[in-house]
Design a protein around this ligand. Structure first.
Ligand code: AMP
Ligand code: GLY
Length: 414
């Protein structure tokens, strides 16, 4: 099977390694890819907002499967265009990707499907906004309705800040604050069947102890030793399956990866958000733990053939830590040279935002590398990830030292 993987981050690097490890994958292409992916796949430069270029490349390469990493091409409808020319796609249609593209749409589908989530109001005038803020009180949760590359959500006790953010958005969802640990739980769907993956947790704030601004994610780990033992079953029954049924009933079946961002509250599990693609950096811990061959799995999803499939996981833990450029997330500095990458057993270093310049590896994005360690437990996995990341040099770069720390301490207490 020939596969085209679209995207250029650490998520795609991890997915690419997973796809390539499956003997069913005979050729792997990436667009645009990155220097890490280029070590094992042919890369083609391309602008991921250019749907026509993606389709033309997939046709030229005559691929059997396209795997779309990031949300932008999905929300732009690239999956529909690829399907129209007969190429199987792992990734939702434009209509189904609205679960990520519009917070208001996601709320409507959840309401119809009976999926638990925060109470909310969708507002477009100052009057509506002020009323909604007063009903919920602090902490205020204000979400831009549309895609905002991780900058759309403000959670604050400061009413003026909440109001100012809301007024900047054309349409805004204001919702109840959900208190409780956050979990990312992904489902792989063919439109009628959905299979839950094991849960992961990511760390959204830039600095230790969850301080600083929200980011795309500074690290992640899996599995979660502290989570309720029925979390997969419970999320499948209350969230994933009803969403897939509802999307199919609306005539817009969801094919691809449904990412449920959950809050485990005192009143049960509630959905914080949906994404319609693999999470980054959660993918960098889930793929190394997944034993089920990835190319065949995603192909079966793309061709509506998932019934009866179960997932097989390594009995290990994985921890990933992001190396961010100086100034991330507000004003990341790029262009800095990255030193020689260490080679350590049970450690994978995924390229998230790098480029080659004159044979040298340089930082190109805010998140430059994602370093995953695996081990028999979180403590061992953490030690490996941190040992590796501490050996990488990039001037001004930083990483959080507390990724999976509490969970690894709790694990030892068990
Ligand atoms: P999102 O972009 O929807 O993932 O939101 C970014 C982050 O904002 C989430 O990971 C949460 O930490 C926080 N957040 C979003 N919605 C809520 C909510 N209703 N209650 C508490 N925190 C929230
Ligand atoms: N880890 C958060 C995201 O992928 O959106």
């Amino acid at each position: 099977m020939k596969i085209l993987l679209v995207g250029s981050g650490g998520r795609e690097h991890a997915l690419g390694l997973g796809l390539q490890a499956d003997p069913e994958c005979t050729e792997l292409f990436a667009a645009p890819g990155n220097p890490g992916i280029a070590e094992f796949a042919q890369c083609y430069p391309l602008d991921i907002s250019d749907n026509a270029a993606i389709v033309a490349l997939a046709e030229k390469l005559d691929v059997d499967l396209a795997v779309i990493g990031p949300e932008l091409p999905l929300v732009n409808g690239v999956a529909d265009l690829l399907r129209a020319v007969g190429i199987a796609v792992f990734g939702p249609s434009k209509a189904a990707a609205q679960l990520e593209g519009s917070k208001n749409f996601a709320k409507e589908v959840m309401a119809d499907a009976g999926v638990p989530t925060a109470r909310s109001f969708t507002c477009s005038t100052q009057d509506q906004i002020e009323k909604a803020l007063d009903i919920f009180d602090a902490p205020y949760v204000v979400k831009d309705d549309g895609l905002a590359a991780g900058k759309g959500v403000v959670v604050t006790r400061d009413r003026d800040e909440a109001l100012a953010h809301a007024l900047k958005c054309k349409r805004v969802v204001i919702e109840e604050f959900l208190d409780g640990p956050e979990v990312s739980l992904f489902g792989i769907s063919d439109g009628k069947t959905i299979i839950a993956m094991q849960p992961a947790q990511d760390f959204k704030r830039a600095f230790e102890n969850d301080k600083g601004p929200n980011t795309g994610g500074m690290g992640a780990y899996s599995p979660l030793p502290w989570a309720p033992s029925d979390i997969i079953e419970d999320t499948y029954t209350k969230v994933l399956a009803p969403m897939i049924t509802e999307m199919a009933a609306r005539g817009t079946p969801f094919v691809g990866l449904l990412y449920a961002g959950l809050a485990l509250t005192n009143h049960g599990t509630k959905v914080i958000e949906f994404n319609t693609r693999f999470g980054d950096p959660e993918t960098q811990v889930l793929i190394p733990l997944l034993k089920t061959p990835l190319a065949s799995l995603l192909y079966r999803a793309a061709t509506r053939n998932l019934e009866g499939v179960t997932l097989d996981w390594r009995e290990e833990s994985a921890v990933t830590v992001v190396l961010a450029s100086q100034g991330y997330p507000d004003a990341p500095q790029t262009g800095g040279e990255i030193g020689q990458l260490p080679e350590i057993e049970n450690v994978s270093i995924y390229h998230s935002g790098t480029a080659r310049r004159d044979e040298k590896l340089i930082a190109q994005g805010g998140r430059t590398l994602t370093v995953t360690g695996t081990g028999l437990d979180l403590t061992e996995a953490r030690d490996r990830a941190y040992r590796a990341i501490s050996q990488i040099s990039l001037e001004g770069s930083f990483y959080r030292s507390d990724i999976a720390l509490n969970a690894s301490v709790a694990e030892k207490g068990n």
